[in-house]
Design a protein around this ligand. Sequence first.
Ligand SMILES: [Zn+2]
Ligand SMILES: [Zn+2]
Length: 84
Amino acid sequence: MVSKELLDILACPSCKGDLSYDAERDTLTCRAKHCPYCGMPVDEKGVCTDAECGKTTSAPVGLEYRVEEDIPIMLIDEAKKLPL
Ligand SMILES: [Zn+2]
Ligand SMILES: [Zn+2]
Protein backbone atom coordinates (compact mmCIF):
# COMPACT_ATOMS: atom_id res chain seq x y z
CA MET A 1 0.00 0.00 0.00
CA VAL A 2 1.33 3.42 -0.93
CA SER A 3 0.41 6.46 1.14
CA LYS A 4 -1.54 9.34 -0.33
CA GLU A 5 1.28 11.74 0.56
CA LEU A 6 3.78 9.67 -1.38
CA LEU A 7 1.45 9.28 -4.36
CA ASP A 8 1.08 13.07 -4.53
CA ILE A 9 4.79 13.63 -5.03
CA LEU A 10 5.59 10.65 -7.25
CA ALA A 11 5.87 11.05 -11.00
CA CYS A 12 6.92 8.77 -13.82
CA PRO A 13 10.76 8.77 -13.91
CA SER A 14 10.64 8.57 -17.70
CA CYS A 15 8.21 11.31 -18.73
CA LYS A 16 7.48 12.99 -15.34
CA GLY A 17 3.82 12.27 -15.99
CA ASP A 18 1.10 11.49 -13.49
CA LEU A 19 0.77 7.97 -12.15
CA SER A 20 -2.43 6.15 -11.34
CA TYR A 21 -2.36 3.81 -8.37
CA ASP A 22 -4.11 0.45 -8.44
CA ALA A 23 -4.56 -0.42 -4.77
CA GLU A 24 -5.76 -3.94 -5.53
CA ARG A 25 -2.73 -4.88 -7.59
CA ASP A 26 -0.42 -2.49 -5.73
CA THR A 27 1.02 -1.01 -8.90
CA LEU A 28 1.59 2.50 -10.25
CA THR A 29 0.90 3.08 -13.91
CA CYS A 30 1.87 5.85 -16.31
CA ARG A 31 -0.32 5.82 -19.41
CA ALA A 32 1.69 8.31 -21.42
CA LYS A 33 3.48 7.11 -24.56
CA HIS A 34 6.87 5.52 -23.98
CA CYS A 35 9.35 3.75 -26.23
CA PRO A 36 8.83 -0.06 -26.14
CA TYR A 37 12.60 -0.58 -26.44
CA CYS A 38 14.04 1.70 -23.76
CA GLY A 39 11.05 3.10 -21.88
CA MET A 40 11.82 6.76 -22.53
CA PRO A 41 9.08 9.10 -23.83
CA VAL A 42 8.28 9.19 -27.54
CA ASP A 43 7.25 12.32 -29.43
CA GLU A 44 4.03 12.74 -31.41
CA LYS A 45 5.63 11.04 -34.44
CA GLY A 46 6.50 7.95 -32.37
CA VAL A 47 10.22 8.76 -32.30
CA CYS A 48 12.01 7.94 -29.06
CA THR A 49 13.32 11.10 -27.35
CA ASP A 50 16.34 9.27 -25.97
CA ALA A 51 19.37 10.27 -28.05
CA GLU A 52 21.05 6.87 -27.78
CA CYS A 53 17.92 4.90 -28.65
CA GLY A 54 16.20 7.13 -31.19
CA LYS A 55 14.03 4.30 -32.52
CA THR A 56 10.64 4.92 -34.09
CA THR A 57 7.63 2.96 -32.93
CA SER A 58 4.03 2.62 -34.00
CA ALA A 59 3.16 0.91 -30.73
CA PRO A 60 4.21 3.05 -27.75
CA VAL A 61 3.72 1.51 -24.32
CA GLY A 62 2.64 2.57 -20.84
CA LEU A 63 4.82 1.77 -17.84
CA GLU A 64 3.72 -0.09 -14.73
CA TYR A 65 5.82 0.19 -11.58
CA ARG A 66 5.51 -2.40 -8.86
CA VAL A 67 5.51 -1.74 -5.11
CA GLU A 68 7.65 -3.74 -2.73
CA GLU A 69 7.03 -3.44 1.01
CA ASP A 70 5.25 -0.11 0.51
CA ILE A 71 8.13 1.27 -1.56
CA PRO A 72 7.33 1.96 -5.22
CA ILE A 73 10.15 0.75 -7.47
CA MET A 74 10.51 3.83 -9.67
CA LEU A 75 12.99 2.42 -12.17
CA ILE A 76 12.35 2.48 -15.90
CA ASP A 77 14.34 -0.73 -16.37
CA GLU A 78 12.19 -2.53 -13.81
CA ALA A 79 8.85 -1.24 -15.06
CA LYS A 80 6.48 -3.52 -16.92
CA LYS A 81 5.60 -2.33 -20.42
CA LEU A 82 1.87 -2.23 -21.09
CA PRO A 83 0.16 -1.95 -24.47
CA LEU A 84 -1.79 1.33 -24.71
ZN1 LIG B 1 5.64 8.09 -18.10
ZN1 LIG C 1 13.80 4.28 -27.03
